[in-house]
Ligand binder design. Structure first.
Ligand code: 5AD
Length: 349
């Protein structure tokens, strides 16, 4: 029952496997609302009372990996590949900072064209010249590379474990090593990165138990940022035709995660917004405290199809909606939005 969950949380500041599973399986609308409310209160009291906007730049859709769910996997030759030139990446980042973003996420496929040296230069500039946090979402690179990126000024890394169920992990990742993924995550934590991980919800063969295991795994490995998105069946991939993940289960997972890892930074994901637009905002009242806005120029972004019909989470539109819903923005972001509004949104959009 909800009251048992609350009492357990107040005593231990986390949940156990059984309680996580109970929340994941909740279907009763009233009980769900109660749990979401508790997760929301915990978010606001133990993290921040505002939603953090982070800007994502999808700088390359080249990828040399074959993940079975992903639309930019190397075998997919139906998409147009692009790489954003270094100078342009910097310009986009600078513009994002001027608009009011405090974290820039560099995301891309696993693309060796961008050497460690190039990435170091980009990171250094965004962190030291634009005075902004840099988060990396570039898949697997060598430990040495991640060490250098840290020294160059990156403070965060997102490296989703995707699923902790080894059998499913191996089925959907023909060319990835389960043990290495976990070892690398642990190494990132050891290096002092604010380390992010996460899973896909609704993979073929996955159960609520697997998702409970994912949450416990992230807690036990000191993961501080948690990205959990529903599976979205995607054209020209081996998982094309499998059913999409459940948006309701995703919300339950957010609430359960908030009560298990109370201090986490947890985005309301674009994948959830793609399945059900309103759920992305409902998530911001159910345990999530971050939203990633896309600042990739449209001519590139339209080809970054990691899954079908990926929506564009736009900066101003998202900020406005957050305020309309009675939620808050961080002081810097809010100030910049007000200024932009006064000037008739004259920034590049
Ligand atoms: N459905 C849901 N999430 C996906 N990702 C990639 N493809 C899909 C898909 N079809 C997610 C993975 C990856 C992140 C960049 O996007 O979790 O880590």
């Amino acid at each position: 029952e909800v009251s048992e969950i609350i009492n357990y949380f107040l005593k231990y500041f986390t949940l156990d496997y059984e309680k996580i599973l109970w929340i994941l399986r909740l279907e009763n609308e009233n009980k769900k609302e109660e749990i979401y409310k508790v997760a929301d209160i915990v978010t606001r009291t133990l993290t921040t009372d505002f939603i953090t906007l982070k800007g994502i730049i999808e700088f390359t859709n080249y990828c040399n990996k074959s993940c079975n769910y992903c639309g930019i996997r190397v075998q997919n030759n139906c998409i147009k590949r692009y790489r954003i030139p270094e100078e342009e990446i910097l310009k986009i980042a600078k513009n994002g900072v001027d608009m009011g973003l405090t974290t820039i996420i560099l995301q891309g496929g696993e693309d060796e064209y961008f050497s460690d040296e190039t990435l170091e230069r980009i990171i250094y500039k965004i962190h030291h010249e634009y005075k902004t946090s840099v988060s990396l979402s570039i898949g697997e690179r060598s430990k040495e590379a991640y060490k250098r990126f840290k020294e160059a000024g990156a403070s965060k890394v997102l490296l989703k474990h995707e699923t902790i169920n080894k059998k499913i992990f191996n089925e959907i990742h023909p060319d990835k090593d389960y043990e290495y993924r976990i070892e690398l995550l642990d190494y990132l934590v050891y290096l002092g990165y604010i380390t992010g991980s996460g899973n896909i919800i609704g993979l073929p063969g996955q159960t609520e138990k697997d998702i409970a295991d994912d949450i416990i795994f992230m807690r036990d490995h000191r993961i501080k940022m948690i990205g959990m998105g529903p599976f979205i069946s995607t054209h020209n991939t081996p998982l094309e035709g499998y059913p999409d993940g459940s948006a309701d289960l995703t919300l339950n997972a957010y609430a359960a995660t908030r009560l298990t890892i109370p201090y986490a930074l947890m985005p309301a994901t674009t994948a959830l917004g793609t399945l059900k637009r309103d759920y992305q905002f409902k998530a911001l009242r159910s345990g999530c405290n971050v939203i990633m806005v896309n600042i990739t120029p449209d001519k590139y972004r339209k080809n970054y199809n990691i899954y079908d019909e990926k929506i564009k989470v736009e900066f101003y539109e998202t900020a406005e909606r957050i305020l309309e819903e009675g939620l808050k923005l961080s002081p810097y972001t809010y100030r910049r939005i007000l200024e932009a509004k006064r000037n008739g949104y004259s920034y590049e959009r």
